[in-house]
Design a protein around this ligand. Structure first.
Ligand SMILES: Cc1cc2nc3c(=O)[nH]c(=O)nc-3n(C[C@H](O)[C@H](O)[C@H](O)COP(=O)(O)O)c2cc1C
Ligand code: SF4
Length: 644
């Protein structure tokens, strides 16, 4: 939907924002030794070209206390940083967006990475995410922190950032100062006392950078630790009236980037309350994905709406949203798989155009059989299999070639549809809907198992026939046994089963994790997980795992680690300890196995003459990101060839 409200400009101090959509803080990860590398400015230029009114660059720390050892965080207090910041600001500004630089001190948090330094905080209160307590800052050190923010802001300002945002959210140092749980004592008993460090930083920054627009980011939740509950946040907001805008989000470290279990923006219902608590321009963010939710937030009183991952997945999100082309937005599915790993830089599972430095696309290696016959002619191309690899390929090729997409089932989706059917995993449905809406020009033949003879008539053939989950040998011949894929449509096959045993393969990925949730949704009295690994769900992205385990909290789930399956018979399962070898037999009404996925056999479909590519799980079963990247890589070859 097009939101006329989102298209309206906003005056923010001396700055005119072209519309109401803001890219909230994140980092490109193209930073080496604390200094942005050339790929960093390229990243921001592309985001800015997508039409956001303002882009806030994050991952920028103000002190050596907050530097991790791999050096991929921007070190803003160092004078030699200014050239890199200039390139960033120029890239954003030249594309018509307002450039904002967020500044952070992590305080007692370490991001889970090794630091050169040690964690510090306003008081000695241990973070639930850290194994040790921080050291308390002395008064002179607090002065030093105020100065570190001032110095870093001067660097950003002199580099061409007209906006600086103080990061007082997510439980980092400034949030630790704001929270009564982590900042207490005789001089921190009231909100105005706890907010004092922000006042001091703001005064120092404004003094040093006249005319700078200064914002602050705060977050709700985590009131029991370094966060603030909604009440605490609303009490705080009036004290932030000296800032030019307030950016409100949710969560602390490990929960501030919500995964796909969160389908609606968590702050949507609270916007009215936030609006009532402050007259300062209000930016709200977290999990905004649709024009409708953006419009609701603006209608409820927000001045600006922030998005981060949607811009990573599709930098043109703002422009498409503002011009009524929402269905052409490549959607962020909130998987948190690639973008939170920084391996080696910021990448995205659904966006193959986001590439590591020096590459024009995410590297991908389809298997190509037969001779290469380059041609600029329009070609007849068969894509076999409508999972993510085939869909990506067909979507890209559709406008330029005569593409026929064959699918043996009566619906598109493959692994994507299976994943989307699991409880709390509906984010994948957004990608499926995107493909479904963007297959223009593609002839789709559902429920048709194509033969090698039919494929002979095509110039080129792309085989994306997927994979099948297999059951382990130990489990053969029992009727109470299911693969995790059998739960694709939900836990219905488990309905009525009192005790469900889920057998993990030891890799702790979503198939086993989702099977547990499917069993609970089907009403199981008890779910026992057997895993040969030392922990369960260990293969999930860190934030997804935290949010997943929180959902399981209080549920009847028993996890037996270091346990290997020995045999399954109807009514029972036997497993052994991988350490002692001791065997245990459990009663089980149903057993669900996360089995090995093996490529479907495509050898009979590979005709002799035409050019054949094999992509996605048909090659080796892996993640959606591989499938999408390989589909894209094959399509790029033809698009380039045909000049498309
Ligand atoms: C890769 C990545 C890096 C992030 N870095 C920061 C940061 O430096 N500072 C910050 O305040 N938020 C950071 N965030 C959080 C985002 O600004 C945003 O609040 C969060 O992703 C939820 O919004 P979304 O659903 O629009 O992505 C980061 C998010 C991602 C995905
Ligand atoms: S990796 Fe997943 S969560 Fe991150 S931006 Fe891409 S789709 Fe969104």
């Amino acid at each position: 939907m097009t939101s006329p409200r989102a298209a309206r400009p906003l005056q923010l101090g001396p700055l005119r924002l072209a519309n109401r959509l803001v890219g909230t803080a994140h980092a490109s990860g193209a930073v080496a030794g604390g200094v942005p590398s050339p790929g960093d400015a390229d990243y921001w230029r592309r985001r800015a070209a997508g039409g956001a009114a303002m882009l806030i660059v994050g991952g920028t720390v103000v002190s050596p206390n907050s530097v991790n050892r791999n050096g991929n965080i921007t070190e803003a207090w160092r004078p030699e940083i200014v050239a890199g910041l200039e390139a960033r600001a120029r890239a954003i500004t030249e594309e018509g967006a307002v450039a904002a630089c967020q500044l952070v001190h992590l305080g007692r948090e370490t991001l889970g990475a090794e630091l050169w330094s040690h964690p510090v905080g306003p008081t000695v209160v241990r973070s639930p995410r850290e194994p040790t307590r921080p050291r308390a800052l002395g008064p002179a050190e607090v002065d030093g922190i105020v100065d570190a923010f001032r110095t870093s802001a001067v660097h950003a300002w002199s580099a061409g950032f007209p906006v600086v945002e103080l990061h007082a959210a997510h439980g980092y140092l400034l949030a630790q100062f704001l929270s009564p749980v982590t900042n207490f004592g005789p001089d921190a008993t009231t909100v105005s006392q706890r907010v004092r460090i922000l006042d001091r930083i703001a005064a120092a920054v404004r003094d040093a950078c006249p005319g700078l627009v200064l914002g602050v980011r705060v977050s709700a939740e985590g009131g029991e630790e370094a966060g603030l509950g909604m009440d605490g946040l609303c009490e705080l907001l009036p004290y932030l009236s000296g800032f030019d805008y307030v950016n409100v989000t949710v969560g602390v470290r490990t929960t501030y980037v919500r995964d796909m279990a969160v389908t609606d923006p968590p702050l949507l219902d609270a916007v009215g309350r936030l609006r009532a608590a402050t007259a300062t321009p209000l930016l709200v963010s977290q999990s905004f994905r649709t024009g409708a939710s953006i419009d609701t937030a603006l209608r409820s009183g927000a001045d600006l709406v922030g998005v981060a991952r949607p811009l990573i997945a599709d930098p043109h999100f703002p422009r498409k949203m503002l011009t009524g082309r929402e269905s052409s937005i490549r959607p962020c599915v909130s998987c948190n798989e690639d973008c939170r790993a920084f391996d080696p830089v910021l990448l995205c599972s659904v966006n193959p155009e986001l590439a590591p430095p020096g590459e024009s696309a995410r590297p991908a290696y389809p298997l190509t059989l037969g001779p290469t016959r380059r041609s600029t002619d329009r070609r007849r191309i068969a894509v076999v299999g409508a999972g993510p690899a085939g869909l990506e390929c067909a979507t890209r090729l559709g406008p330029d070639h005569d593409v026929t997409l064959f699918e043996g089932r009566d619906r598109i989706g493959g692994q994507l549809a299976i994943a989307a059917g699991a409880p709390h995993r509906s984010g994948w449905r957004r990608l499926l809907d995107y493909y479904s809406d963007n297959l223009s020009g593609v002839t789709i033949r559902l429920g048709h198992r194509v033969s090698a003879a039919e494929l002979e008539g095509f110039d080129d053939v792309v085989l994306a026939v997927g994979a099948e989950e297999t059951l382990p040998r130990e489990a053969a011949g029992t009727t109470s046994l299911l693969t995790s894929q059998a739960l694709a449509g939900g836990g219905e096959p488990l309905r009525g089963a009192g005790h469900v045993v889920v057998v993990d393969d030891g890799f702790g990925l979503w198939p086993a994790a989702s099977s547990v949730e499917a069993a609970l949704a089907a009403g199981a009295d008890l779910v026992t997980v057997l895993t040969p690994a030392a922990a369960f769900a260990s293969g999930l992205p860190a934030e997804g795992r935290v949010q997943y385990l929180r959902r399981l909290s209080g549920q009847p789930v028993d996890v037996r680690v270091l346990s290997s399956i020995v045999s399954v018979s109807d009514g029972s399962v036997e497993f052994e300890s991988t350490l002692s070898g001791a065997r245990t037999r459990l009663h089980a009404d149903r057993v669900v196995v996360a089995g090995e996925r093996r490529p479907a056999d495509w050898s009979l479909l590979a005709p002799d003459n035409p050019r054949v590519h094999v992509i996605g799980d048909a090659l080796v079963p892996r993640k959606v990101a591989h499938a999408v990247a390989e589909g894209h890589a094959v399509a790029r070859e033809y698009l380039l060839t045909a000049g498309g």
